[in-house]
Design a protein. Structure first.
Length: 244
């Protein structure tokens, strides 16, 4: 499935041609300045992403002093990448929303690829092979970062979009056909649904702000994504190994 979808996405991308960043992307519905902070709600709503990342890193540190057993030796590296990615995503997004433009968006997108990579590696480890996840994790991380840098220097979003679209395809395929190594697999599904809702809210940024006059779709996106990250943290904290 992965090879087929990759081939289809690459074929469509080559047929479609270069995709440039539309500058209208940087025009957000809520541009209020609060206590001197530009685009304050979009900036501060990233705290919902920062907190689960910090709590996740704290959980990993706590487990070092216990006899907690991981399914694979490399799994803590993947989890640290995931929780660290949440932290840098929150910081990158805050930096971007303080001054929305292509140059600051680079840091936001690079941070998000870290989270996407770590989540893919975690599901590969859980549902397919921990050894394969250990081999592919770092190369996949560098490839994700490369797609963002390619857009930054070449001005073409196609590799980034292919990488971004392939991530949920991998997750869905492995959740359906993979073999579980831990319980609480349903938490992955809840998380993906929350991320999907976050994407919809981002797309409806102005509509949500016009309807509420309090909060925009993009700010709600950060909050809902943060709930998704909390859900992942809860899963990692509570799940137990299954017989394989």
């Amino acid at each position: 499935m992965y090879l087929v979808t990759t081939f289809l996405l690459v074929t469509v991308a080559l047929w479609y041609g270069k995709i440039e960043q539309q500058q209208s992307y940087h025009n957000f519905a809520d541009d209020r300045v609060i206590v001197g902070v530009t685009n304050a709600v979009d900036v501060l709503s990233n705290l919902a992403i920062l907190v689960p990342g910090l709590l996740g890193i704290a959980l990993m540190y706590k487990r070092q002093s216990t006899d907690y057993t991981y399914y694979q030796q490399f799994e803590p590296i993947i989890l640290l990448t995931l929780f660290g990615g949440m932290v840098v995503t929150a910081i990158g997004s805050m930096w971007y929303h303080l001054d929305p433009n292509d140059s600051t968006l680079v840091w936001d997108r690079m941070a998000m690829t870290v989270v996407m990579t770590a989540l893919c590696s975690l599901v590969i480890s859980d549902r397919f092979s921990g050894l394969f996840a250990a081999k592919i994790h770092i190369p996949l991380l560098f490839f994700g970062l490369f797609t963002v840098l390619y857009w930054h220097f070449v001005g073409d979003l196609r590799p980034y979009y292919i990488f971004k679209l392939q991530a949920p395809i991998i997750l869905v395929a492995l959740l359906i056909f993979g073999q579980e190594s831990y319980d609480r697999v349903s938490d992955y599904i809840v998380t993906m649904m929350l991320f999907l809702l976050a994407s919809i809210l981002e797309y409806e940024d102005y509509m949500v702000f016009d309807a509420t006059s309090i909060i925009s779709g993009h700010s709600l996106k950060h909050l809902v994504a943060g709930i998704g990250f909390f859900w992942l943290l809860r899963m990692v904290e509570k799940r137990t190994l299954q017989a394989r």
